[in-house]
Design a protein around this ligand. Structure first.
Ligand code: APR
Length: 422
């Protein structure tokens, strides 16, 4: 398996067009049952009784019992390592596309951007009567629903799940975008029995467009004999191994005493810790450096923009303190007003140990060498002797004046790469 993984890893170049199509198997390790197979969801049920418009017309209550039960089960599930790797690839590779047949929302919860959801979402609902007062569909996370079927808040008629049932048309726009995504360099089919169309046909499309094709599935499927590389193992093992074979994230930075790791959506917990820091919140939000929002929203916004190299946050770890960040560094390529901004915030107890300099140098080197930014600006509240020394050591020009709320602030900038900005 190792040599196959390495040959796939070699194809995952930074600029490669990579498309991954997933099915129920990718969520198996999160405790979500698959559809077919020994303990599959369809075991003991007839899909005609539960997942068709006719079934709903006959008994909305019965259909909703099944969906409400699945929603309750899903509410207790977390994304697994396969979801996390795919979410990080959606940031790492600018030309990455993710197609899923799953309705569980776990790719999104892991932070994947722009997921093409072929079969809709179990977290969406629609008015069965399509009443004119209600939107086409909307998200409703209520678990469990107190009444089944839940009533439409606009007309009182029954709501239906926002999934695509057997016998229903798929969203044409989504299908077109999926077909477009099959024009790629590497196409993965992960954790799907490859039986249900049109998803099953995307593999052929990709082959016709000359893509290298890869299957990740512990069982044999109709795709196994067709793909260039079949990896007969579980997604939650294969994808992290493949990710490790890719080497360090290109945006991970290291300095002599620090590791700077890009803030990825899986780091929401760490983001939370940072966000509870009053100064961090005020600085990032009040200066409109990032949009106001919850830690999850901000991590997602950061991550999405990050992929376009416009805005990024790094968690800063001291090498010896592997788990807890000592602070963060941020960079915005089109800072409000004056241009690219660098921000750094280390918890005060770490100031004066030279860590702020080191973290900032790492980010500055990235700004000038990788992002090729012409200029970096920033501001630091409540300056003191140490922050002044830090900026001077970085070769920054700086000026002390009143910032927001009239607070004493150091505004700093560098025109081109500062002489000691390394
Ligand atoms: N890693 C990778 N693959 C796995 C894992 C795992 N840990 N566990 C199971 N699998 C594989 C199984 O071997 C199987 O081939 O996942 C596949 C799941 O297949 P299905 O249950 O048929 O699910 P899926 O292919 O997503 O079904 C497609 O059919 O019922 C409809 O609308 C439903 O979206 C679904 C569609």
């Amino acid at each position: 398996m190792r040599s196959r993984l390495l040959s796939v890893a070699r194809a995952l170049r930074a600029d490669a067009r990579i498309t991954v199509m997933t099915g129920a198997g990718v969520s198996a390790a999160s405790g979500v049952p698959t559809f077919r197979g020994a303990d599959g969801l369809w075991k003991g049920f007839r899909l005609e009784d539960l997942a068709t418009p006719d079934a709903f017309a006959r008994s909305p209550h019965r259909v909703w019992e099944w969906y409400d039960w699945r929603r309750q089960a899903l509410a207790g599930c977390l994304p697994n390592r396969a979801h996390h790797v795919l979410a990080s690839w959606s940031l790492r590779f600018p030309r990455f596309r993710l197609i899923t047949q799953n309705v569980d929302g776990l790719h999104e919860r892991a932070g994947a951007a722009d997921v093409l959801r072929l079969h809709g979402s179990i977290w969406d609902v629609r008015c069965w009567n399509r009443c004119t007062a209600s939107p086409d569909q909307w998200r409703d996370d209520t678990v469990p629903f107190p009444v089944l079927p839940p009533p439409c808040p606009h007309c009182g008629g029954p709501l239906r799940p926002g999934v695509v049932w057997f016998g229903e048309m798929l969203d044409r726009d989504v299908v077109d975008r999926c077909l477009d995504a099959t024009c790629c360099d590497v196409f993965f089919t992960v954790g799907t029995s490859a039986l249900v169309h049109p998803a099953a046909g995307f593999l052929d499309h990709a082959r016709r467009h000359g893509a290298m094709t890869v299957e990740v599935n512990p069982e044999v499927t109709p795709a196994t004999s067709v793909v260039d590389t079949a990896i007969s193992e579980r997604a939650e093992l294969v994808l992290p191994e493949l990710d490790a074979a890719l080497g360090a994230h290109p945006l991970a930075l290291s300095t002599a005493r620090l590791r700077l790791e890009p803030l990825l959506p899986k780091d929401v917990e760490a983001a939370h810790r940072l966000w509870t820091h009053r100064d961090v919140r005020r600085y990032l939000w009040d200066d409109r450096i990032i949009p106001r929002g919850t830690a999850e929203e901000v991590a997602r916004a950061s991550a999405t923009d990050f992929a376009r190299y416009r805005f990024g946050l790094w968690l800063v770890y001291a090498r010896e303190e592997a788990r807890t960040p000592v602070g963060f560094c941020g960079l915005r390529a089109d800072g409000v007003g004056a241009g690219p901004q660098l921000l750094f915030g280390l918890y005060p107890k770490h100031w004066g140990q030279g860590l702020a300099q080191e973290a900032s140098r790492g980010v500055l080197a990235h700004a000038f060498e990788t992002l090729r930014l012409p200029r970096v600006i920033g501001a630091a509240d409540a300056p003191n002797e140490r922050s002044v020394r830090t900026l001077a050591a970085l070769g920054m020009r700086f000026e002390r004046r009143a910032g927001h709320d009239g607070l004493d602030t150091l505004f700093y900038s560098t025109e081109g790469r500062p002489p000691s900005g390394r």
